[in-house]
Design a protein around this ligand. Structure first.
Ligand code: ATP
Ligand code: MG
Length: 284
């Protein structure tokens, strides 16, 4: 099985060399809309083949600061894809039941079946990002652990889990939608001013923004620790929404194109049976 994900300029290197400060937030394609449309058309066909082939599954993980455009990107990239073959799970603050299990339990329950595409709108990475920025979130997890090595252990658990998935036919691609702090401010202001977008704005979002540098540091560490050949991260500039969507769609399409997907063709015996049935129908 090939390693997932094209080697593009957006891919986070596997050697820990990624720096948030050097990552572009504002790349723009001239023809972003055409590129998105072309990639979506490819995706539509590829998804049908993935489904028919029924051996691999695809997991797309989306992480981002608020207002980076996760929801819109998921919608745009999956437009045209058969909803029966695709499932989106949004991970919010963990429930009591989720807190009664290890941190990977809830994501494992949401993994895609063979032939399907699973999308995580936020994911297990919250456990090494928001929890790192707000260590008090660890208290309800009731771990008998010191915080010192906890995040290094979590990176290791995540790498192991994702490698296990790769070995067992689940292709994992991870996208960090990288919005600039300025653009986030503009989008928050738009949400406040537009009565129809207002529901998307939560007062707490402004407070989280105050922890920007801590979030960037947590993302940098998490991406460096978990971008690997079997489950790469892509850092996608998010200030231009159309370009961001085109980059994600193209990355997903290229990944599926590299898989050895086959239409399940009938064997000799089935061929013979089909010929018999055809003759029966024609004789009616
Ligand atoms: P929207 O675009 O609708 O705001 P969202 O993904 O931000 O989408 P919210 O309900 O606003 O959804 O926020 C979910 C919140 O849950 C985020 O602040 C996120 O950090 C938090 N969260 C997700 N997973 C965890 C976790 N494992 N531990 C603690 N907090 C988490
Ligand atoms: Mg939110």
């Amino acid at each position: 099985m090939p390693h997932p994900g094209p080697d593009s300029r957006w891919r986070v290197p596997f050697d820990g060399g990624f720096r948030v400060s050097r990552a572009s937030t504002h790349h723009a394609f001239e023809n972003a809309d055409e590129r998105l449309a072309a990639a979506s058309a490819r995706l539509e066909k590829l998804q049908r083949k993935l489904y028919a082939d029924d051996r691999f599954s695809l997991l797309l993980v989306f992480q981002a600061m608020d207002a980076a455009g996760k929801d819109g990107t998921i919608r745009a990239v999956m437009r045209g894809v058969d909803p029966a073959g695709c499932h989106v799970t949004a991970f919010k603050q963990p429930s009591k039941e989720e807190l009664d299990h290890d941190f990977l339990w809830r994501v494992n329950r949401a993994l895609p079946e063979r032939g399907r595409i699973g999308i995580f709108n936020r994911s297990h990475y919250e456990e090494v990002v928001v929890v790192r920025v707000h260590p008090e979130l660890l208290a309800p997890q009731r771990l008998d652990r010191k915080e010192k090595n906890l995040f290094a252990e979590r990176y290791s658990s995540i790498r192991d889990m994702e490698r296990h998935l790769y070995r067992n036919g689940t292709i994992v691609l991870k996208f960090w939608l990288n919005v600039s702090r300025d653009e986030q401010r503009r989008r928050f202001l738009d949400r406040i001013d537009d009565p129809i977008a207002r529901w998307k704005f939560a007062a707490g979002d402004v407070e989280e923004r105050g922890h920007w540098d801590a979030y960037m540091e947590a993302y940098q560490q998490a991406l460096n620790a978990t971008s690997r050949s079997w489950a790469p991260w892509y850092v996608v500039p998010a200030d231009h929404k159309h370009t961001m969507r085109a980059i994600v769609a193209e990355t997903v399409a290229e990944t599926l194109e590299a898989l050895p997907l086959k239409w399940p063709l009938p064997d000799k015996e089935e061929e013979a049976e089909m010929a018999r049935l055809r003759a029966l129908l024609q004789a009616e």
